[in-house]
Design a protein around this ligand. Structure first.
Ligand SMILES: [Zn+2]
Ligand SMILES: [Zn+2]
Length: 478
């Protein structure tokens, strides 16, 4: 394709050392030289004088101007029933060319296809007018590799409209986009042929074919051209563009919330099942996007049917065990965030250490202090709310109430231990009480020092330090 000298020049043009991207057409070295020597238009501000230079007119023609012409001409062209049904039917096929072909087969190798299926997908995919397989899959692999960064060709961080169409309408500096490997695609004869003959493929599959079917089928040449051709292109484009915009903006993130991809049934309905995009970015080589049988994923259903017909094989699927691990970890993260918003009391190791004599003296001087399992609590504000009455709780002031609290009088609930922990003011030093606390610490050691992902201490149900299964009755409590 090119000599070693031009290869070296082309590689030098890519500062990240990428050598695998060699354009199929034109002189790679000359292009690289041109890129190096002048400032790319995309790196200059848009002004009244230069805005037309910022616009990618080829893309704009295919995704903006042609659809507008279609909408205007539909005013004079009546829509016939057969043509409408044909346009919808062909819409699904061209959409599948993108979702099952461009995306799941060629971008992610989620399954293997026989040559007839490849030819069908390459043909109907061209009918969607979204660029060649090679170009589309290259950009999409970069999108997965650099999701949400500046190297992501359609990063939603640059705006919803940008991720939907803006990245195609406005010229982009190719040096700013990330790079990826497509050697497998360069070795696929269907991909290479479609790339080299892309304009012919588009004219044949996007315009001529739908027109001829309607024309020869029921005599509606102009209707076939306008509805099954131009307007169907517009709808299938807008629908599949939603994978880059809506699927990164609307919905839940059950597997990972560090990046923008989301799951939503509306996006799934619009995109032939590509709406479970949080799952997809986590498990990109899974031939499914929807993993539940009741979720809408006609792309998955089609691939499955092709498998039954012997047209597709080696369908890849992540083990349910791996999928559930991701889901549990994300749930844990949400749980940690929720836990961090709650009042768990002052951590024991941050409390002042108080001598038993001071504890007793403060209690006599009017403070409502109670020691339980070596932890001192100020229950002053709580006495009036005590469900067991004021008398019982007051009788424990200035005492070690470990046994009383843990079953001696009433075996308090987990909620009571949780509430008690918010009243902590100190820990006891000396005597039997600190032994109790030390033992409780020892017994709960694993639990006491278990931290969540944010470093917050986790206290499991029944594991508060004040919970003592067989309370050591101190002299005071007896
Ligand atoms: Zn995505
Ligand atoms: Zn993908």
């Amino acid at each position: 394709m090119s000599s070693s000298g031009t290869d070296a020049k082309a590689a030098a043009a890519f500062p990240d050392g990428t050598k695998d991207y060699v354009p199929l057409r034109g002189n790679a070295a000359a292009k690289a030289e041109a890129l190096k020597s002048k400032v790319h238009i995309a790196d200059t501000p848009i002004t009244w004088g230069n805005w037309h230079q910022h616009v990618n007119w080829l893309n704009t023609t295919f995704i903006v101007i042609v659809p507008i012409i279609g909408f205007i001409s539909s005013y004079w062209v009546p829509l016939r029933l057969y043509t409408a049904l044909w346009a919808i039917f062909y819409y699904f096929h061209t959409g599948l060319g993108i979702t099952a072909g461009y995306h799941r087969l060629w971008s992610h190798s989620c399954y293997k296809a026989t040559t007839p299926l490849k030819i069908y997908l390459a043909a109907v995919g061209a009918g969607a007018v979204e660029g060649s397989i090679r170009w589309w899959s290259y950009g999409h692999r970069v999108h997965h590799r650099y999701t949400d960064t500046d190297k992501d060709p359609y990063s939603v961080r640059k705006g919803l409209l940008y991720s939907h169409m803006g990245w195609m309408v406005m010229k982009q500096n190719p040096k700013r986009q990330g790079r990826t490997d497509i050697t497998d695609l360069n070795e696929d004869p269907v991909v290479v042929w479609q790339h080299r003959n892309f304009l012919k493929c588009v004219i044949a599959m996007a315009l001529v074919f739908p027109t001829v079917v309607a024309g020869l089928g029921w005599g509606d040449w102009i209707g076939g051209f306008v509805y099954a051709g131009i307007l169907r292109i517009c709808f299938v484009q807008q629908a599949t563009f939603c994978v880059n915009s809506l699927a990164h903006w609307l919905g839940d993130q059950p597997f990972d919330d560090r990046n923008s991809p989301r799951d939503h049934v509306i996006t799934a309905f619009v995109t032939l099942g590509e709406g479970y995009h949080n799952f997809h970015h986590e498990f990109p080589s899974d031939y499914r996007n929807a993993i539940q049988w009741y979720q809408y994923d006609p792309t998955k259903w089609s691939i499955w049917v092709w498998k039954q017909l012997g047209l597709a094989y080696d369908l890849k699927q992540f083990r349910q065990n791996e999928i559930e691990k991701g889901r549990v970890q994300q749930l844990q993260k949400k749980l940690d965030q929720k836990r961090a918003t709650l009042d768990w009391g002052i951590p024991l190791d941050q409390l002042p250490v108080i001598h038993w004599d001071n504890f007793v003296a403060d209690s006599k001087n009017g403070k409502a202090l109670v020691a339980i399992a070596g932890v001192i609590h100020d229950i002053g504000d709580f006495i009036k709310d005590h469900p067991g009455g004021k008398a019982l709780i007051k009788s424990s002031i200035g005492k070690d109430a470990t046994a009383i609290f843990n079953g001696g009088v009433y075996n308090h609930s987990n909620a009571a231990h949780n509430l008690l922990s918010t009243m902590r003011v100190g820990v006891l030093r000396g005597g039997g009480e600190v032994e109790v606390w030390k033992r409780a610490q020892f017994e709960n050691k694993d639990v006491t020092y278990m931290n969540d992902s944010a470093g917050q201490r986790i206290v499991r149900a029944g594991s508060q330090a004040t919970k003592v299964v067989q309370p050591a009755a101190s002299a005071d409590a007896a």
